[in-house]
Design a protein around this ligand. Sequence first.
Ligand SMILES: Cc1ncc(COP(=O)(O)O)c(C=O)c1O
Ligand code: SF4
Ligand code: SF4
Length: 473
Amino acid sequence: MATDLMDAVTEQQLAILGGPKVITQHEKSLFHWPIVTEEDEQAVIAVLRDGSMSGVGITKQFEQEFAAWQGVKHALAYPNGTMALMTAMWALGVRRGDEIIAPSMTYWASATPVLGLGGIPVFADVDPKTLCLDPADIERHISKRTKLIVPVHYAGHPCDMDAIMAIAKKHNLKVLEDVSHSHGALYKGRMVGTFGHAAAMSMMAGKSFAIGEGGMLVTNDRAVYERAALFANYERHTEIVTDPELKPLIGIPWGGMKGRLNQTAAAMGRVQLKHYPARIREIQAGMNRFWDLLEGVPGLEVTGGVVKVAANMMTGHDGIFAGGDMVPAERNVTVGIGHGKQAARHIDAWLRGEKHVPAPQHEVANFEKLNPWYYADAPKTVRPMLDIIRRQSTFDEVQGGLDESNALFEARRCLSCGNCFECDNCYGVCPDNAVIKLGPGKRFEFNYDYCKGCGMCVAECPCGAIKMEAEEI
Ligand SMILES: Cc1ncc(COP(=O)(O)O)c(C=O)c1O
Ligand code: SF4
Ligand code: SF4
C-alpha cells in the first residue's frame, strides 16, 4: 500500500515544478460562508410571502432562543452589530463627554459608536499573543470620565475576563463585551458575553454566527434591557419597559434611531441557531484534526503551536515533514508559503529516495552591473483594501488582486539583479549568433565556438546576468 502510494506520487512532478495541481477545488467553494440550506431559504421565503419583514413576532422568538442559548435573561436584536454596540453603550450610561476604553486592535465599531453619543474612545494595548485587550494596560487609561470598558474577544479568543471584571469593580466601571468574533466561545468553561454588564455582537455574513446583516445585545440586567429598548426600539416600549421611572418616557426613540431587525434575517437566525452548536463542534474538530492525528507520534516536538523541524523540514519522526506556518519562523503568509514550498521539495526528493539540494545561488549583481535605463517607471497599482476584520473572513482582497498584465507592468520596476528575465537583449546584440534561445522560461545558452568575446551582451544585459570569463587555453 505504502509502496503503491510512493509509486503514484513519484511518477508525477510536483505542481511547483510543472506537475498537476493536487487541489483543484476553487477557493471560493472551499471557503464559502455562511452555510445556507433549504431550511434557511424556506424560513426567509415564508417571511417574504407573509409580508412580515417589518414585524417583530419572529424577531422576539429569535431573541428568546438566543438568550436561552447564550444563558442570559434578555436579548434584543438589531439590524447590525454597530447599532447593538451603540445602544448598549447608551443603556450602560455612557453620555456626552464620557470615555470608554477599547482595545487598540479591533474593528472600529467596538469603539466608535461612542462618538455618536458625544463620548470619547480611549485605546488600550492588546496582548500580542491573544490580540485581546491587555488588562495590564487598562488602568493607566482610566480617568475621571471613564465609564466603560469594551473587551473584544478577538478572532475567537476569549479576553481575560477575571482580570477585566476585577479592574471594573475596583473603579466602578461598566463592562460591555464585544462578542462579534466569538459567538459561543468559552472562558473558563463559561460562554463569553455572560461576564460583563452587557454584551453586543455582530451577525453579519462573515461572522461565525451569521444571519446576513444583524446584531444582538444581551444582558442579565433588566434596567439595561429596558433602557436599550428606549434607545432605538420605539415600537416595543410598551412591551418591554416596566420601570415606573422609565414609563413616562415611552413612545419616543431616545437615541433618535430605529433599531428594528428585518425579520427575514431573524428567520434565518432561528434556523442558524438551531444548527450552530453542532456546526461549531464540527469546525473545531476539523481545525484540530491534524493535531489530533499527530497526537502521541514519537519524535514529534511541538512547542507553542509549531513543530520542530530539521533543515530538510523533517520532524523528529522519520518521514513526517512540516512546513507552512507550522514551523518555527515568522508566521506570516509570505514566509508560510516559502516554507510550504521548501517542505514540498524535500518531501518530493525523500519519496524518490533522493535528497533535495537547493540550486546554487548565482553571484549577486551589484548596481554597477545593472543598466537601470532599461527599466520602466511603472507606478504601483493602488489596490482596494478591505477592513482588517473583513480580511479575516474572506479572501476577496487577495483574489481581487492584479491581473496578469498589471502584474507584468508592475514587475518592470524590479531590477531582477543577476536573474535573466528573458529580455532578449543579448540575443539581439550578439553580432555572431552565439546566443541561443532555449524557449520561454528556459533562458539562453552560449555557443562558445561562435563567440568572439566582444562583451556586447554583458554590456547590454540590464540585470547583470552575464559574466565574461577569460578562456583557458
Ligand atoms: C469586533 C467587531 N465589532 C463590531 C462589529 C460591527 O458589526 P456590524 O458590521 O454588524 O455592524 C464587527 C464587524 O463587522 C466586529 O468585527
Ligand atoms: S560576447 Fe559578444 S559574441 Fe559573445 S555572446 Fe556576447 S555578444 Fe555574442
Ligand atoms: S541574459 Fe540579460 S540580456 Fe540576455 S535575455 Fe537575460 S536579461 Fe536579457
